[in-house]
Design a protein around this ligand. Structure first.
Ligand SMILES: [Ca+2]
Ligand SMILES: [Ca+2]
Ligand SMILES: [Ca+2]
Length: 304
């Protein structure tokens, strides 16, 4: 992957123009392999980063940590290239493209992202309310453990206003796998109906996309997916408190293990996966990891 970093920017020199790029010291500080060669290119990509975040109840620690660390991420991204853009797509059994940024769906400051993280944590995470339903949507939803990361990723690829000349990165956090169309996240018992009202209450949350459709959309949009997910199964005390569709052994599927024999999403998008448990126990810094993947992705043509 690294070897190619020099080749394609050279081909794009005419488009990139002759002006210099001052990111050499930033790259060197980041310690990425091959960084000594970076300033040989004239790449002038901007940075677009979209957070695709599982806001279900077990994931509140990620919102809390991101709230505390996002200022470092915004600062670092703007050092890689000025005018970094950020987006936010919270999801549980459905998702929404957040529009509370300084430019609508585009956030440019840590402050508006912090406000958004708090809002989703307090209004959705705390009430088992699905982000796509809005703040007055039904509470105590989420009858099975799988979460709809797949449609949230599709929305990231298809609806975020990625800039033409942007390094495009998705940072996803979740602790479970996902379902495909024509399953329904609200159909607790899998009988094809969503009409049971006893706990955990059913609701109509159909999966809209398939794994193949979503990966295709991400690849066509040249978006790398970097996920934070669990590598190991939770013990019985840590488990999601409802039933699930797929076996516990499947929680890694699509992130670090194949999903129905298809390679994991980070692998198919030239991204990577990081261990969410290390984030939780404090041995892996979200901000440092995000800053490194942004730096390593910048002006580094995606290899598919
Ligand atoms: Ca969950
Ligand atoms: Ca769910
Ligand atoms: Ca049902």
């Amino acid at each position: 992957m690294r070897a190619c970093r020099l080749l394609v920017p050279c081909a794009l020199l005419a488009a990139c123009g002759p002006s210099t790029r001052d990111g050499a010291t930033v790259d060197a500080a980041g310690g990425g392999s091959g960084s000594s060669n970076v300033d040989a290119g004239k790449c002038e990509e901007v940075v677009d980063v979209v957070f695709v975040l599982d806001t279900s109840s077990s994931m509140d620690f990620v919102l809390t940590k991101l709230d505390a660390q996002i200022a470092q991420v915004v600062t670092a991204a703007n050092m890689v290239a000025a005018d970094a853009h950020f987006g936010l797509i919270p999801f549980q059994d459905n998702s929404v493209l957040d529009s509370t940024g300084s430019m609508g769906v585009v956030h440019t400051t840590a402050a508006s992202l912090q406000t958004a993280f708090k809002y989703y944590r307090d209004t959705f995470t705390a009430n088992n309310r699905n982000p796509g339903d809005g703040p007055s949507g039904p509470t105590t939803q989420n009858p099975i453990c799988e979460e709809n990361s797949l449609d949230a990723l599709y929305a990231a690829a298809a609806t975020f206003p990625w800039r033409d000349n942007a390094t495009r990165v998705v940072i996803l956090a979740t602790d479970d796998t996902f379902l495909e169309r024509a399953d329904n996240y609200g159909d607790r018992d899998g009988d094809g109906l969503t009409n049971k009202t006893d706990y955990p209450r059913e609701g109509n949350y159909p999966a809209a996309r398939t794994m193949t459709e979503t990966v295709t959309a991400l690849r066509e949009a040249k978006v790398r997916v970097f996920s934070f997910s669990r590598i190991t199964q939770p013990n019985i005390l840590e488990r999601c408190g409802t039933g699930r569709r797929l076996p516990w052994a499947s929680i890694t599927d699509g992130w670090t293990t194949p999903y129905k024999s298809m390679p994991p999403i980070p692998m198919q998008t030239d991204g990577a996966n990081y261990d969410l448990d290390k984030v939780k126990n404090g041995t892996l810094s979200l901000a440092e990891t995000i800053n490194n993947v942004v730096l390593d992705s910048h002006c580094n043509p995606i290899i598919l």
